[in-house]
Ligand binder design. Structure first.
Ligand SMILES: *Cc1c(COP(=O)(O)O)cnc(C)c1O
Length: 447
């Protein structure tokens, strides 16, 4: 399909193309956009910089030779491919597994639009879907989290954020059922974290006791990554959270726990001493990312909850010809096939090995950084190595480190090769006096 084919085409002729498309886009007068200086580390913060965008240009008059145009597009795409190939080699800070080995066997999928619109358990008339793969993936995770095939409901969302929304929505809807009056608003109480980023259960208990009259909906970070101090790769102890709820005399019908396992929900089952995520415990839902550890090329997340809950919720949603249980309507149909492919080819055993390798590499990286005199922290049950923010922003950008304030982190993923985790001396870039490495501090200074 040619770009621009949606603009009035008649008998192969394009007519009445708005002037601005031909002259090359919106000008500041007809309505845009402040140019401010961007913040550090931020490529584009609501700022329009023409050098950062690939313009879409209007094809010339009909039947003109398109060779030049095609060549231009090919050049842009080739540059982009090269850029991606370079960036993927220097990706340390974000928890994306770059080992995507399904490219060749699944390349043909790109020729199809696949859409798993709506509830995967409801048969769709739209044939271009991957529901069977989606159900296979959901069953696998249901087994991992110990809930029977006839007791769970779930779907593959467009990412961790949607999964969290779904988990919290479930919590709210279920308790609105219990409370007869529907709660349109929810009060959000933030619970403190300890220095290592883990939930502070003393504070949690105090806040529960202050709110004893209300049901509690808790988002437990099985792996935290983005928010607040959670850049530290902390893992909340699910068992401790449940015990605290009991201590505060919240009975099981008065709380709902959504386990945000988006990052290391897939790693926990394979780590010794990790609190187990299981529907045998009083939890309401669990999510886990498809595009992080597992390595799906498109954003996605697996969301699983109890079938009872989804029934309770749907019963109270009005005018449902069918169960309207997903947040998004159209859903990515490619992701389930990629996930199915990865789970099938690696299996439980393969994932287990990868997790163990990542844990070893993270410990190795921690030790190497420490031996270089760099302050570093690695939480138990985590492969997120937190350390002093390098002083050189170019270094941060080059390695795509995730930073917050004075700290930076590397999330060790299966695609991270040993050679890449050698701490790099940046004395050349920033001067020996600024480099924290031991060799520049002692008397035996050599680079
Ligand atoms: C990445 C992440 C999210 C956000 O997920 P998206 O797929 O980016 O929407 C939420 N929670 C945790 C713990 C994460 O690691």
């Amino acid at each position: 399909m040619a770009i621009g084919s949606t603009v009035g085409v008649e008998n192969g002729k394009t007519d009445s193309v708005p002037e601005s498309f031909i002259t090359g886009g919106m000008t500041p007068e007809n309505g845009v956009i402040s140019r401010e200086k961007t913040g550090e580390n931020c490529v584009r913060r609501n700022v329009h910089d023409a050098t950062l965008s690939h313009a879409i240009t209007e094809p010339k008059a009909d039947n003109e030779n398109t060779e030049e145009r095609d060549a231009n597009m090919a050049t842009v795409l080739a540059k982009y491919e090269n850029y991606l190939l370079e960036r993927v080699k220097h990706q340390l800070g974000y928890p994306e597994n770059m080992d995507l080995d399904h490219g060749t066997p699944l390349a043909w999928l790109q020729r199809f639009h696949l859409n798993n619109c709506g509830d995967p358990f409801t048969k769709s008339n739209f044939g271009l879907n991957s529901q069977q793969f989606e159900l296979g993936v959901l069953d696998w995770f249901a087994q991992l989290w110990e809930i029977g095939n006839h007791e769970y409901w779930g779907y593959i969302t467009n990412g961790g954020t949607e999964s969290n929304h779904h988990g919290i929505l479930m919590g709210r809807e279920i308790y609105s059922v219990f409370k007869a009056a529907r709660m349109y608003r929810m009060e959000c109480v933030k619970v403190d974290t300890l220095t290592n980023g883990v939930i502070d259960c003393a504070d949690f208990k105090a806040k529960l006791l202050l709110n004893k009259d209300k049901p509690a909906i808790i988002n437990v970070n099985i792996a935290t990554f983005f928010k607040g101090t959670t850049v530290k790769g902390a893992v909340d102890d699910l068992d401790l959270v449940i015990a605290t709820l009991k201590e505060a005399t919240f009975s099981e019908d008065r709380f709902y726990i959504h386990c945000d396992g988006v990052l290391s929900g897939i790693m926990m089952p394979f780590m010794e001493h990790a609190p187990k995520i299981s529907f045998k415990k009083p939890i309401g839902s669990v999510s886990i990312s498809g595009h992080k550890f597992i390595g799906c090329p498109t954003p996605s997340s697996v969301q699983i909850t109890r079938l009872d809950h989804i029934h309770a919720m749907s019963r109270y949603v009005e005018c449902i010809a069918s169960r309207d249980a997903t947040i998004s309507g159209s859903r990515n149909g490619h992701a389930p096939v990629f996930l199915w492919y990865t789970l099938n080819s690696k299996g439980y055993g393969g994932l287990q090995k990868e997790v163990q390798t990542c844990v070893r590499k993270a410990q190795y990286l921690k030790n190497r950084l420490r031996s270089e005199g760099i302050s570093v922290m690695l939480n138990e049950l985590s492969t997120t190595v937190v350390f002093e923010r390098p002083k050189d922003e170019e270094f941060v950008r080059h390695w795509q480190l995730a930073c917050q304030g004075n700290i930076a982190h590397v999330v060790v993923m299966p695609s991270l090769q040993d050679g890449k985790v050698q701490p790099t001396c940046i004395a050349v870039d920033i001067g020996k006096e600024n480099c924290a490495r031991l060799q520049h501090k002692g008397s035996s200074a050599t680079t």
